[in-house]
Write a protein that binds this ligand. Sequence first.
Ligand code: SAM
Ligand code: SF4
Length: 344
Amino acid sequence: MSLPLPVVGAVQPVDGALVDRFGRRHTYLRVSVTDRCNYRCVYCMPKEGLDWLPRADLLSFEEIERIAAVFVRNGVTRIRLTGGEPTVRRGLPDLVKRLGALPGLTDLAMTTNGHAFAPMATRLADAGLRRINVSIDALDPSLFSELTRGGNVAKVLDAIAAARAAGIVPIKLNCVVLRGRNESEVASLVEAFAPHAADTVVRFIEYMPFDGNDARRHHVPVAEIRERLAQRFGLVPSDAPRHGGPAKLYTVPSTGQLVGFISPITEHFCEACNRLRLSADGHLRTCLSRDKMPSLREGLRAGWTDAELETALRGAVWNKVAGHEAHLVEGARAFEGVMTRVGG
Ligand code: SAM
Ligand code: SF4
């Protein structure tokens, strides 16, 4: 679990793949389309919400498309829309259509809480959305509502069914495990989706320390969750394709169901990191742990050409840090900034 070392003698390339000093190639872009959300998950934001970005600060669809096109021309093949909650951004199918038409993009996906997704599933599929990840931290309706501060798990289950019906598969379900809160839901989630083993993967994620949250108190190491599930379901490591994703996959032998574990902290994956993030207000974030990154939006609005945009993003990627130091010891640096602006 070491951090990568700089490649000796490497020089910043002027074209080709987006590489950094550590030799990592970046092919995956996460785009936060809004910092707003219709939920207030306890691990993500305070109950009163956040100081939302003024609308004029959000990238327009034209701006997102233009920036994304430069990324794709420089080797990005996969884009994921996230937030905040992407489904609360008006006109989302239009953005999906614009991005889906970029030559060279092979995968267009979205991460959603599912609350408002079902009625727009077909429109999004028609516009070119290929896959979704849905967050679901509990099946028990009152616990779900407590963790999301008002969410409705029935709507999320509807979203999952609607995605399947619209052909947006495979579906990945994300559960952030919190000590003393939803640990009891972990096995239930695996069991509930066993009948959908063919197209649905349940994944468990470690709680990450962001500025101001209480992750150090409620963090559960992924090894502990995996051990618990292994005892119950007899998990075996899977060699199913991970498509460059960070989840370690296991199979439940009795059902063939895949279960994933994502451990940004205790078994971090910085060494193989291939991702970049574009925040809702147009900052390029090369590592989740660092906040101070260039604003591509300001460049665009100041009249940058595509070549200038490319120079800015190449420089930022080249100078990407080795990895995060967001360990769980008291006093260690947390991930900087606000998750929903950055795009979790
Ligand atoms: N609103 C959408 C959703 O909830 O799926 C997309 C944005 S959300 C920020 C993206 C993912 O980040 C979700 O799966 C959520 O559970 C996860 N997340 C948010 N805060 C987190 C934290 N402190 N630690 C780990 N995962 C977190
Ligand atoms: Fe909203 Fe997603 Fe954050 Fe929950 S995790 S508050 S659904 S952005």
